[in-house]
Design a protein around this ligand. Structure first.
Ligand SMILES: Nc1ncnc2c1ncn2[C@@H]1O[C@H](COP(=O)(O)OP(=O)(O)OP(=O)(O)O)[C@@H](O)[C@H]1O
Ligand SMILES: [Mg+2]
Length: 232
């Protein structure tokens, strides 16, 4: 479904350079549930943002259903971000001046999506706080609201950046069960996490260190494209 081919990304701030990704290649098939772990600063969020069409890499390609997403028009990228990808950000990024239900509404582009909001609010125990603003929510509530916003329009791919990073074990399990439901319905998941509670739900775990992917021997061979034998 997605081929990530030889991606590199270096951020430049005044005279400083921060290398986030070095020649990263990865294949994501429909229905995969891949977790990515690694030390802070190793490039996990950058990788997720590159896959999600949010950070243009310096080199390499992200091929989605045969199209190199960063070589397409702005309109293509907008539609990819809107329809194909659901993103749960490390810092939630809920809109502060919108209520829970209004934040979720931002992702709805068909009536059927809006019609499903109440069911999801119930499933995620958010019905009673649906008219609250993000600043008045607990961390677990914010994360569940961010989850609904990410999946309400049935994206093909859910990208979740440390979704349990700030949650207690009980809230972590609740959220991971919801992500697992999305996966079981045919969704594809890439999850960034250090949390063993979260990683155990994935089918394969990839380690990233200093911007390079380390694929454990036991990981499914399909994750390594034939042409990326150079990865360390
Ligand atoms: N916008 C940016 N400007 C400059 N440097 C950046 C930027 N974004 C990321 N970096 C740098 O790129 C590297 C990788 O960052 P990234 O956020 O991808 O790491 P991470 O693995 O997600 O870390 P964490 O576990 O702390 O979230 C780090 O050295 C970081 O400082
Ligand atoms: Mg990060």
């Amino acid at each position: 479904m997605i081929d990530i081919n030889h991606i590199s990304k270096t951020f430049k701030r005044s005279n400083e350079k921060y290398t986030a990704l070095v020649d990263v290649s990865l294949k994501i098939d429909k229905g995969d549930y891949i977790s990515v772990s690694g030390l802070s600063g190793s490039g996990k969020s950058t990788l997720l943002n590159v896959i999600g069409g949010l950070i243009r890499p310096d080199a390499g390609e992200v091929i989605y259903k045969g199209e190199s997403i960063y070589d397409q028009s702005g309109r293509f990228l907008n539609l990819y971000r809107k329809k194909d990808v659901g993103f749960m950000f490390q810092q939630f990024h809920l809109m502060p001046y919108l209520t829970v239900v209004e934040n979720i509404g931002l992702s709805c582009y068909q009536k059927s999506h809006a019609d499903a909001i109440n069911d999801y609010l119930e499933k995620c125990s958010l019905v009673n706080i649906k008219d609250k603003y993000p600043s008045d929510l607990s961390v677990g509530e914010k994360q569940r609201a961010a989850f609904i916003r990410a999946i309400i329009s049935n994206p093909e791919l859910l990208l979740a950046d440390e979704p349990t990073g700030n949650l207690d074990p009980q809230n972590s399990e609740i959220l991971m069960t919801l992500i697992e439901e999305f996966h079981k319905k045919g969704g594809t998941v890439v999850l960034v996490s250090h949390d063993p509670t979260a990683i155990k739900y994935s089918n394969s775990n990839i380690k990233i260190g200093l911007g390079r992917i380390h694929i454990p021997a036991q990981t499914a061979a399909h994750l390594i494209p034939a042409f990326s034998l150079g990865i360390t």
